[in-house]
Ligand binder design. Structure first.
Ligand code: NOJ
Length: 451
């Protein structure tokens, strides 16, 4: 008799949705919020598709109560949100904007009212414009110095109710893309040395945030960073390819993971950056490599690696016909989630991993008779979850999964066209319509298994 095995997750597994302040809140200049580098960048012609700005976004600033009600109704018990630095410190430092604190107090209270545990990211790319102008943003360690008091303020104001803190989201994206190739804010094209410096400053800011949580977080506070290492997938699960993938993983992700977990810039880092090493002081690493409670991983896609003809690892390009989401960078490679989690567990002995983002961006059509049949997104997520399930079965300590994203939102330089939500947002009316994937994922969360 054939019987299907239930693809269940451990009882303590945490499921939820993820989103970020600049992508959903809107109210970009309301209640004393200062401009962020994204408010400025989006206004430069040609930088963002259709010239879309973050001014209104999903208007979550005004609609948060309804959004949280819907999130809870869909079955979420956890919500990863971010806080806008320029809403709290309009100029990045100096005096606090009490209206900013009030807003997040209301959001956190609304989460708790609906039985949703908040996971708060302190920085999700919306650097106060003033810090870019005053200090050169992430190029300069004074930005990390300013991050310290900001993190203190958040933990002191919200720490009685927020116990899960994420310091910084995806260093790679706002350094390499923001200061290297200029595709994200602030749109700079600096030398490799300067880009490596921006990484270093971001790591220092992470360290400041860990310190703040330890100092003021109180009982039960936990902290981690969210990284988006490039997952390296062995072409075949044979010893040789696995070793090639592992070596490649260490090297291509060495700017962030090596200093965090080894407490120094290692040979892997020096090999990758060559002569363009960031300036650092030895004691920086005491701050950077403080012990954290979990590692957040954002996993969307990966790179296949094999042992090449000469015996060294070889990264394989994706052929033209390889399936992708409408976001073409998003090749459909579900094994990425398995290997990313396994690599960090094996290489860095990370004790607890949270998938802080995974999801798929498509140009979904508007609802028809109240329905969005996003089978494409449902299948994408389902395939990744099966690989996540496999990793847990193999002993990888993955303790949570957050789907990106709750609702369609501002997808950075792709503007509002590219939709990652499981809830459809009509930007003209701000009407939210749960897609098929929302209902399915709600059931997955409720039953704690893949359906
Ligand atoms: C990662 C980022 O953290 C998030 O802001 C973005 O929208 C998603 N990836 C999808 O690209």
């Amino acid at each position: 008799m054939i019987r299907s095995q239930p693809l269940s997750f451990p009882k303590s597994f945490q499921w939820g949705f993820a989103a970020a302040a600049p992508q959903i809140e809107g109210a970009a200049f309301e209640d004393n919020k200062g401009p962020s580098i994204w408010d400025t960048f989006a206004r430069i012609p040609g930088k963002v598709l259709n010239g879309d700005t973050l001014d209104v976004a999903c208007d979550h600033y005004h609609l948060y109560e309804k959004d949280l009600e819907l999130m809870a109704k869909l079955g979420a018990k956890n919500y990863r949100l971010s806080i806008s630095w320029p809403r709290i410190f309009p100029k990045g430092r100096g005096s606090v904007n009490p209206l900013g604190i009030d807003f997040y107090n209301r959001v956190i209270d609304a989460c708790l009212l609906h039985g949703v545990t908040p996971w708060v990211t302190m920085f999700h790319w919306d650097l106060p414009q003033a810090l870019e102008e005053d200090f050169g943003g992430w190029r300069d360690r004074r930005t990390a110095d300013a991050f310290g008091p900001y993190a203190d303020t958040l933990v002191k104001s919200l720490g009685d109710r927020v116990k899960n803190w994420i310091t910084i989201n995806e260093i790679f994206c706002f350094t390499q893309d923001g200061y290297g190739n200029g595709t994200k804010a602030p749109g700079a094209k600096e030398s490799e040395q300067v880009v490596n410096q921006t990484y270093h400053t971001a790591l220092l800011a992470h360290g400041e945030a860990v310190r703040a949580v330890r100092q003021y977080g109180g009982h039960g506070a936990r902290v981690g960073i969210t990284d988006n290492p490039i997952p390296t997938i062995p072409l075949t699960e044979t010893e040789g390819d696995i070793e090639a993938a592992r070596q490649t993983f260490i090297e291509i992700n060495s700017r962030v993971l090596e200093p965090l977990y080894r407490g120094e810039y290692t040979d892997a880092y020096f090999k990758v950056v060559g002569p363009n090493v960031a300036h650092f002081q030895q004691e920086d690493f005491d701050l950077i490599s403080q012990k954290t409670d979990f590692l957040g991983l954002n996993v969307y896609t990966g790179q296949f690696v094999r042992t090449g003809a000469n015996g060294s690892p070889e990264i394989l390009p994706f052929p033209k016909s390889y399936p992708t989401a409408d976001a073409t960078w998003l090749a459909h490679a579900p094994q990425a989630i398995y290997w990313c989690a396994r690599h960090v567990a094996e290489i860095y002995e990370v004790p607890s991993i949270i998938i802080t983002e995974n999801g798929a961006g498509y140009d979904d059509a508007p609802p028809v008779n109240g329905e969005v049949l996003d089978l494409h997104r449902r299948d994408y997520v389902r395939n990744y979850l099966r690989e996540l399930h496999r990793s847990i079965g193999d002993g990888v300590p993955v303790d949570g999964y957050f789907l990106w994203s709750f609702m369609d939102n501002y997808e950075w330089m792709d503007g509002y066209q590219r939709r990652f939500g499981v809830v459809y947002n009509d930007y003209a009316t701000q009407q939210r319509t749960p897609k098929l994937s929302a209902k399915w994922f709600g059931q997955v969360m409720a039953e704690n298994r893949i359906l």
